[in-house]
Design a protein around this ligand. Structure first.
Ligand SMILES: *Cc1c(COP(=O)(O)O)cnc(C)c1O
Length: 354
């Protein structure tokens, strides 16, 4: 792929690495490529970060034909740049775009675009502990016109943001609100895709959780409001006695790269992992009896997020005395160790950006 480069006339001042927060700062440049029916994907370019002018009738604004991805670039102790399983994000975006009837950027072009913009903006990759460069690819419909049908033109854009911890609390247990009114996804819907519409549908429950003093929502399935699916924008796992239980991927759950990696590591360590229906009643009962030893969310942004409390219909259960569990911590240390290149990458998950 030939990528044209237009350099920004002035560069921004870099933010304080110890105070990055999450998703607040953006780098000097972005990657962009267009698609239309005649030319396919064309005009790949790196341009100054800035507004994208659009017609008020642009279809993404009306019908939400939009998907996104999230991955990170890390500096290893040698100063090299690492990506973590970027081909998984490329494939997931293809699956998302298929479902939303949008043009799909081929896997090799996706990975090449990520590498190109990360390399070009490499001075923005922070080096302070637990920091990284968050990579946000997005595809959206650019055709102007009112009327529901697949658009005839799309843009694929990558923006970059230097980030610290996702939660201001850092790696500490969070309190989770089990949502029994609003639902996120149903089988046959778009739950397995990273499309913007899913998140629009989720905000009301998130607001409700926060109003009640909780950090995140635990979603139940959309039909019975009975089976545990995800927590906020993370997959969720429970250590019940000595078995790790997580929802199976059957259409309503997002197939997380972190989820897949953690399941791999757990099996490698000899843990029994069950991908199955887990009812909220079974979970709360395990919480009451103490069979529920640990619980955590998995996702690129927060990596591993320990869960210290669940609240369902007014009943609260505390997990592991509201302390980060031993297995949770070991998983966090192992995965972040591989991602930041501190531990040997025995699974060949990291990709060196040359
Ligand atoms: C992105 C996301 C995840 C986590 O996926 P990763 O690939 O591990 O970052 C889980 N659930 C939802 C709803 C998500 O949007």
């Amino acid at each position: 792929m030939e990528i044209k480069i237009e350099r920004a006339k002035t560069l921004k001042q870099k933010p304080d690495q110890n105070n990055l927060g999450f998703g607040k700062y953006f780098t000097d440049h972005m990657f962009m490529i267009d698609w239309d029916q005649d030319q396919g994907w064309h005009d790949a370019r790196i341009v100054p970060y800035g507004p994208i002018p659009m017609d008020p009738a642009t279809m993404v604004l009306h019908y939400a034909q939009e998907t996104f991805e999230g991955l990170k670039a890390y500096r290893n102790p040698n100063g090299d740049i690492l990506l973590f399983r970027p081909e998984m994000n490329a494939r997931r975006m293809i699956n998302s775009n298929k479902r939303i009837c949008m043009a799909e950027l081929p896997e090799e072009m996706f990975v090449e675009a990520v590498e190109a913009i990360v390399k070009y903006e490499q001075d923005w990759i922070p080096t302070a502990p637990n920091t990284s460069l968050y990579i946000r690819p997005v595809t959206f419909a650019t055709e102007a016109g009112v009327g529901v049908h697949p658009a005839k033109s799309y843009k694929f854009v990558i923006i970059l943001s230097p980030v610290g911890n996702y939660y201001p609390e850092g790696v500490n247990p969070v309190k989770i609100w089990v949502e029994d009114e609003f639902v996120r996804a149903v089988k046959g819907g778009t739950g397995f895709t990273k499309c913007g519409g899913n998140y629009a549908a989720s905000i009301a429950a998130q607001v409700k959780a926060e109003q009640n003093g909780y950090t995140q929502v635990l979603w139940l399935d959309g039909v019975h409001r009975k089976y545990v699916e995800e927590v906020g924008t993370m997959n969720v796992m429970f250590l019940i006695n000595d078995t790790v239980v997580t929802a199976a991927l059957e259409g309503s759950v997002l197939p997380g790269v972190t989820r897949d990696s953690i399941i791999h590591i757990l099996k490698d360590w000899g843990y029994k992992v069950e991908e199955r229906d887990l009812s909220i009643d079974e979970l709360m009962e395990a919480g009451r009896t103490g069979a529920l030893k640990e619980a955590w969310g998995t996702g690129t942004a927060a990596v591993i997020s320990p869960i210290g409390e669940l609240c369902y219909k007014g009943e609260k259960v505390t997990i592991n005395g509201f302390e980060t569990g031993e297995l949770t911590q070991k998983l966090y240390d192992t995965l972040t160790g591989i991602q930041w290149g501190r531990l040997e990458d025995k699974y060949h998950w990291t990709k060196l950006v040359k």
